[in-house]
Design a binder for this molecule. Sequence first.
Ligand code: PNW
Length: 470
Amino acid sequence: GTSTYRDSGLEFATDFLIGSATAAYQIEGAVDADGRGPSIWDTFSATPGKIVNGDTGEIADDHYHRLESDLDLMASLGLEAYRFSVAWPRIQPLGSGEPNQAGLDFYSRLVDGLLARGIRPMVTLYHWDLPQALEDAGGWTSRETAYRFAEYAAIVGAALGDRVDCWTTLNEPWCSAYLGYGSGAHAPGRTDSLAALQSVHHLQLGHGLALQALRQTVTTDAEYSVTLNFHVLRGDDASSPEAKRRIDALANRAFTGPMLRGEYPADLLEDTAAITDWSFVLPGDLETIHQPIDFLGVNYYSTATVRMWDGTSTRQNADGHKDVGGSPWPGSGHVEFLTQAGPYTSMGWNIAPDGLEELLLSLSEQFPRLPLMITENGAAFDDVLEQGAVHDLDRLDYLRRHFTAAHRAIAQGVDLRGYLVWSLLDNFEWGYGYSKRFGIVHVDYDTQERVVKDSGLWLKTLIAGRRLPD
Ligand code: PNW
């Protein structure tokens, strides 16, 4: 039957890092604690109509107050690495100036707690919670925000850089720029194509400046990275190659170009010429952005199937981004995203482990000397908690298939260093609030009780045995 796989027993090398990931706004809660300032996600989630059920991150998993028990939970799963993000508004409540020591102390305790349990801390500096004061001054459309980000990076580097040896600047700048400023589905909810493209650039300038700042303040022999979410594109229509080229330029090469090659793709500039001449890219910016990194973080969930809209039929838009006023595709909003074959997760995303294998192979071909790390992969399903257990065989199966895909890529020579499952805990899933559960640990939002799901137990067995469990 379909539950029989030939993949059990596949082995992962002992230095292949297996762990899990979270982000500050999605789990911490305690939004007013210890001097934290407001972020764009506090503002956005307080705006009626933006988040499913009007949910906010006010309490979330209350992780801020449950640090010790959550650390014990991670240890009980045997996690080798834990990827978390630092909330900028805890460190600089208004986005600039003197650090808030209480905010730094929280992350210092987190890092110490991880190290004491033998779990490698992997710090992401920006997982979308921009201090609101900086948004009020223009947010990522403003060049100044990139300089503020570097100052913040230097503060965190100085505070944690004696113990943390793995640093990521940005998580998914695609989401920050295009969902935050283009489609409006994410904070700050702006719907302006020019603003989105300015943000693409200023986020990357911030990345480059932050890397420089980290290298000056961190004292461990650290690894530096950025995490991107890649769009793996499919389509067999006659117009699909053109649609794929356009979306690949906006989604993927808009970031790998500057960061890994030191240039914006020529076709991206052409496709967006009616919106901007990109004169906000100043001399020297590309050199700043094009810093060496030690590995590339790859977030992967699903694929997209595209073709060019013929302008007559009703345009299909199955890319999972609600059309909330704007398009996340500046200059290419007429590309059609076609409904894909299932099975689907409860996000409506099709399950396509072969897309992960294809992506890893393609990246390693494009950037042969660049190690890769899966910094997020996972799935939302409609879990049922009964008698203190969650038998999430759908998620377990999803993970098993994606670990198998990763293994296949490694067997074909891809330099893949690790795999972090999204997410450790059920949490605030951005525009979907608490209606979508990605955790390998179930969270009861009334009691804050945590229950390890079967997928979490499976991951624990995988880590302990270094092979896919039966
Ligand atoms: C990523 N999209 O977000 C984030 O890094 C996580 O914080 C998030 O919880 C996870 O994936 C699951 O969604 C994304 O619309 C959000 O294409 C939206 C999209 C992609 C990634």
